[in-house]
Write a new protein. Sequence first.
Lengths: 384, 122
Amino acid sequence: MSQTYIAGAAMTTFGKHTGVLAPDLAQKAILNAVKDAEISLNDVQAIYCANVFGGMILGQVIVRDLGLKGIPVYNVENACASGATAVHLARHAISAGQYDTVLVFGIEQLTQLGGGTIPLQLNDQMTSLYAQAGMVLPAVYAMRATRYLHEREATRADLAAIAVKNRFNGSLNEYAQQQSETTVEEVLASRMVADPLTLLQCCPSQVDGAAALVLTTKDRTGRRPVKILASVVQSGIREEHNDDILDAEITARAARLAYEQAGVSPAEVEVVELHDAFTIAELLYYEALGLAEKGEGVQLLRSGATRINGKVAVNPSGGLLAKGHPLGATGVAQMVEVAWQLQGRAGRRQVDSPKIGLTQCTGGGIAGVDHAASSVHLLGVSDV
Amino acid sequence: MTNSTVQLWSEGGTRTLLASRNRHTDRLHFPPIKETSPLATDHELVSVPSTGTLYSYTVIHPNPKSGLAPHALGYVDIDDAPLRLFGKLQGSNSPAIGNRYRAIPDEQFGYVFEAINEGVKP
């Protein structure tokens, strides 16, 4: 089975790219990733395009004018986990020996939706009924937060502290949508959206962006190669009546499988990009990813261990809260960030010489499961 | 997609909330599975209690530009049935985990949860 390396990584700035068409946005990331990998477009044997709301055959629309010779383009959709799922599938093909050089990119243009919460997948009886009653993703996360504050020794200020940490990180990241710091007081005083979650605890809904990776069987750039140590995608199991909504079961399951696949323990992970669509999510994922023992997520946050200079830096890019969350691009962009971190290319937000990094994202959008999809990847760097 | 054809409540005098019970596993499914579903033959329609306990909740504060008032939503663990249902919460300005609620028919949403005054026998 061939190993898979991230030979090239690039992304656009995340923000409002109003009036920019998909090809113009995505091609920036694609061409920079190819350049970063020190290959030519003609070396690419297949393309994986991750996107949610851009419509049919978006990948072909984006690459039509790049002069490619009819190579396969696969369009991948798995809600917010689309990008990570595309990487997962590309790695399958490389592992199987089908290709040795592929391009994976993710793109989303949420400004074209006009703002507001992401719509649920209504082609389902239960989701349709619940959505009619008011179920939206902020409500789902807010109910987790309410339960968290009820069960744990945690406060609203702890929730806000996640936003403060990630906005600080975003202030160091020229690719982030939000590049200004904030305070606990400011976060708590911002408009209430879904109690206890205030506006600054929700990732911005008006964001566009693209990210791209070149995956190969061998990194020829001369940089320290970044290898994909594990790649896992899992789907939600139908909820039971007595499920603990603080378990993040699907993500805990995906993480467990990824650690097994890589032969790595959670204690070895030094940099993490996780799916902080809302502040509560990061606290839950500390535990689901094994960074903290069950019930000790808030203590991990308070200890400072998840800051950029901490034992395990979480969301040094600013995460979804600060960097932004253009759905299809997110999973790819998380791996761009971790690859840069592992190679010491993350500029002012650089974590101190990490060797192993983890990315995690979830795709929601239906009732009756924790999440529809969750993906965990482990990346490792070795000396040249 | 519409739920207008899904029967959530029994007909007749005392209307009860309905769910589908899997004949093989006893597992309950809400909303009930439609008669037209390929899964229908494995299920039968059963009545379930309409009362339960609030497991978690949120109060949604719509953007002020919308002009909509805040409203509460929550998960209610139904009494003596393996069911946790999501729905609108009514009848209390300050829901709290552990509060008691009763599902009642609602023309717009199919059902809503009404707060039960603990001083009155349900």
